[in-house]
Design a protein around this ligand. Structure first.
Ligand code: DDQ
Ligand code: CA
Length: 252
């Protein structure tokens, strides 16, 4: 008690600052580009002015062109299930799903400079204020030091007090962490400091645009990249034939 709202104050209510209702946004398609239907997209990020993708199942790191579904450059990683991909401006960091290996790449085209072990699942990855932020399928986001990948903190993602899990691909931009919710067409905007979900983006227009061409239950929305400088927002999905530029509109 004592919060003045008459709650019985279980773990979900144990907070000083009440968590406001999230803003509702809709993703509208601005432009469509080709995307390879063999790309099981797990990470999408701009790096040194170029667009990179990490794919799972059969792991790869690739540089994408917006002109063609064929990557400009690609390094196959065999049976390693690579996942989230982040850039600190100098290096690319690539997670693996259950292998517990982080690949660090540098140079152009990128070469693998380091492999670092970590514990837990690797789902999404983004870079925020000197830290790598990792999702792992739970409601926790873990912060890591980029050079050693040592965990240096964590935050629980909550929506009006309720933990939110299944957070897949991530993008740190515009002061928030964008997170694809696995097997949904929703993207959450998360405050990196509090873990609060500040907005929910309905990206179902994208799913609708490609669904007639999809034939796997696993072909779900996953992949957000915000271009530094322009703020252009790109989104795609696993095995999707298209990659979209979107505009976010706030609705009420
Ligand atoms: N994750 O994205 C939730 C982190 C992993 C998804 C793994 C789905 C495995 C299905 C593989 C079948 C490929 C068609
Ligand atoms: Ca991303």
């Amino acid at each position: 008690m004592g919060l003045g709202n008459g709650c019985s104050c279980g773990p979900a209510q144990r907070r000083i600052t009440p968590e406001g209702a999230p803003t509702r946004k809709v993703a509208h398609i601005v432009q469509e580009y080709p995307h390879s239907t063999d790309a099981f997209t797990q990470g999408l990020v701009f790096h040194q002015g170029r667009l990179f993708e990490s794919t799972g199942n059969q792991g790869t790191l690739r540089e994408l062109s917006l002109e063609s579904a064929t990557p400009l450059w690609m390094e196959p990683l065999g049976n390693i299930f690579t996942e989230g991909l982040a850039s600190d401006g100098e290096r690319l960091y690539q997670l693996t799903w259950t292998e517990g290996l982080l690949y660090t790449w540098s140079g152009l085209p990128p070469t693998r400079e380091r492999t670092t072990r970590y514990s837990g699942d690797g789902w999404g990855l983004c870079y925020w204020q000197g830290r790598l932020v990792r999702s792992d399928g739970t409601s926790m986001l873990t912060f890591h030091a980029p050079d050693t990948f040592e965990p240096v903190g964590s935050v629980e993602v909550t929506l009006q007090g309720l933990p939110q899990d299944q957070l897949n691909e991530l993008e740190c931009a515009n002061g928030v962490i964008y997170a694809n919710v696995w097997h949904s067409s929703s993207v959450l905007e998360i405050d990196p400091t509090t873990g609060h979900v500040t907005a929910i983006i309905d990206a179902s227009a994208l799913t609708r645009a490609v669904s007639p061409q999809l034939n796997s239950r696993e072909a779900v929305l996953n992949g957000i990249a915000v271009e530094p400088g322009t703020g252009r927002i790109l989104m795609t999905g696993k095995l999707w034939p298209k990659l979209f530029e979107v505009r976010l509109e706030t609705v009420d």
